[in-house]
Design a protein around this ligand. Structure first.
Ligand SMILES: Cc1cc2nc3c(=O)[nH]c(=O)nc-3n(C[C@H](O)[C@H](O)[C@H](O)COP(=O)(O)O)c2cc1C
Length: 574
């Protein structure tokens, strides 16, 4: 039972989270607060390093090297991918597909790196870590490592005796390890001011996607340990050691995820638990390295970001509700999977479109497949949910409003996708939105896809206007907004669930990024949109406490021929 004081604290934190969300909305007549100009002299370095931490280079593998990159299609037939042993090569591939550089772009004397994971403004607030035990085939000493994407290497932050590393990972399957993610808010706040905290969380959602998909290419599972406290994450990742960050901008804990081999046969019920590491463990072994400073001057302080960071801090350790059982799906699914394209090719070639041609259309059946891939099948037990939806252990809470511009066989207009048909029905949505919406099922739509036409008509200008006037929302084949059951989820779980709402949207975005590439077109995340005007278009009643959190657009790209593209690694990188 929560005490009165604890209840009051939760209520205050809830109000602060909602206040942050309100205050960082873009309106037609007012953008969320930021500096209003870019202070180039103080631009943060996108690469964190820990000076003095020993560096282990990860091997650069070609696509054909062992383990072979599986066909892209096989990612959605998980039992078709043989489970690889955990070695330096496979760990290298995991980080390559999850967080590594994929190219350098150059223009007019400046160059910048792109990565497997996209990021709002290409500012990359997300840092990655791995915590491993002694594994027979892994030539790495046990402990905590920070991933350095520019070097594609691991920095050994914390070396500890094998038995202690094993004790930290006692709740994690034996053929497995932990991956951790943090955010450096300042990297996004430098450009976007108060709205930056939202973008950091979107980026975490995208990184959950890249890492889950990277694990899938190796026949591994990945599950976000959502019941863990933020304090535990911070302690394990060394963020509570001020002596290692003397001049450096702060990193904030986001998540730990367990990664383990898919051919590990769990007992009928396996609970993945991760308890707080004891002080005696944390002070054992040796911590190494000092975090580099990213900006010349002190970060600009945006007080409301600190407030929402504290208010959404997860201090409760929920009983882990992640009972596992052996998946029931058949094990031989290899037949009929298209051999091309390879998953590795799709992951490497993923880019955000900077402009669309305003012409390319998408066949309806391809569009339906894309939507199928973002359906989490929330009614199923976790291990039976489709990849990557088996990575986040909560019920789906994001639905889509779609602006269809050019889908062959479907009339243009406004549509709705119910991503949780197992628990949400159409009368609920109908009663929340404009009365004139028709709620008809498109004829060609597969029966297991809960897609509804709301209103026919050309929605190109509307989508563009709502997306801060960006042409990419109107010139595409379709655009969409991701609508969260906002107040209901925060009130049910607590203010810490705020971040998870954004993670789910980022994960939807990551699936769409790869799906667009696989369909021969391209897509772009849209963090800049006018919040309440979107709600007015849908006619949300005042008591409908839903919020559109993230927009997205998919279409035929126009390339910027002025840019030079260089490989991600090589002598040209200094
Ligand atoms: C959360 C998020 C929000 C974004 N918002 C916008 C946007 O509003 N407009 C835009 O043109 N691109 C947007 N992008 C695309 C980024 O600018 C792009 O991911 C970044 O430049 C890196 O390029 P890449 O995706 O090709 O790796 C967004 C990306 C993310 C992940």
């Amino acid at each position: 039972m929560k005490t009165d004081m604890a209840q009051q604290e939760t209520k205050t934190a809830l109000e602060q989270v909602k206040q942050y969300h309100e205050q960082t909305k873009h309106e037609f007549n007012r953008y969320a607060r930021s500096l209003g100009h870019l202070d180039w002299a103080n631009q943060p370095n996108p690469f964190r390093r820990f000076d003095g931490a020993p560096l282990t280079a990860l091997p650069h593998l070609t696509l054909d090297e062992d383990p072979l990159s599986p066909p892209y299609e096989s990612l959605f037939h998980p039992h078709s991918i043989p489970s690889q042993p955990i070695t330096l090569n496979t760990l290298s591939r995991f980080f390559e597909y999850g967080l590594s550089l994929t190219a350098w772009k150059a223009y007019n004397g400046t160059s910048w790196a792109l990565r497997s994971n996209p990021s709002s403004g290409n500012l990359h607030p997300t840092e990655g870590y791995v915590f491993c035990r002694s594994l027979s085939q892994l030539e790495l000493k046990p402990g905590l490592y920070h991933y350095a994407p520019k070097e594609h290497a691991l920095e050994h932050r914390w070396a500890l005796p094998p038995e202690l590393a094993q004790s930290v990972l006692q709740g994690i399957p034996s053929e497995g390890f932990l991956v951790g993610l943090t955010s450096i808010h300042w990297r996004e706040a430098w450009k976007y001011g108060e709205r930056a905290f939202r973008y950091c969380q979107h980026d975490i959602g995208h990184a959950i996607g890249t890492l889950r998909i990277a694990a899938a290419t190796l026949g591994w599972n990945l599950l976000v340990l959502s019941g863990t406290t933020d304090e535990t994450i911070a302690r394990l990742l060394g963020l509570t050691r001020p002596q290692d960050f003397p001049q450096a901008e702060r990193e904030y804990p986001e998540l730990l995820a367990a990664v383990w081999r898919g051919d590990f046969h769990p007992p009928p019920t396996l609970t993945l638990a991760f308890p707080d590491p004891e002080d005696s463990v944390l002070s054992s072994g040796e911590w190494k390295g000092t975090a580099n400073r990213l900006s010349k001057d002190e970060p600009v302080l945006w007080e409301i970001i600190d407030t929402v960071t504290d208010a959404s801090w997860k201090s409760s350790q929920e009983p882990e509700r992640m009972a596992f059982h052996a998946p029931t799906a058949p094990t031989s699914e290899r037949e009929g999977i298209r051999p091309e394209p390879l998953a590795g090719h799709i992951i490497h070639q993923r880019r955000s479109a900077v402009a669309f041609d305003g012409r390319t259309s998408l066949p309806a059946d391809r569009f339906f497949t894309m939507l199928q891939r973002i359906m989490p099948r929330g009614g199923l037990p976790l291990p039976d949910r489709p990849m990557p939806w088996d990575a986040i252990p909560w019920e789906p809470t994001i639905h889509l409003v779609l602006f269809l511009h050019r889908i062959d066989g479907l009339p243009p207009g406004l549509y709705w996708l119910n991503r949780n048909p197992e628990h949400r029905d159409i009368p609920l949505f109908k009663s929340a939105m404009h009365e004139q919406f028709v709620w008809s099922t498109p004829e060609a739509c597969p029966s297991n896809l809960p897609l509804y036409l709301l209103e026919e008509g050309n929605a190109q200008n509307l989508a563009k206007q709502l997306s801060c006037g960006q042409d990419i929302a109107g010139d595409s084949a379709f655009a969409l907004g991701m609508v969260a059951e906002f107040d209901d989820r925060l009130e049910t779980f607590g203010p810490w669930f705020y971040k998870r709402l954004f993670w789910e949207t980022g994960l939807i975005g990551q699936v769409l990024y790869l799906e667009a590439e696989a369909a021969g077109i391209r897509s772009t995340g849209i963090g800049c949109f006018f919040d309440d005007p979107v709600h007015r278009v849908l006619g949300f009643h005042p008591q409908t406490k839903w919020q559109s959190l993230y927009h997205f657009t998919v279409g035929g790209p126009l390339d910027d021929g002025r840019l030079t593209t260089l490989p991600p690694y090589g002598p040209h990188v200094t």
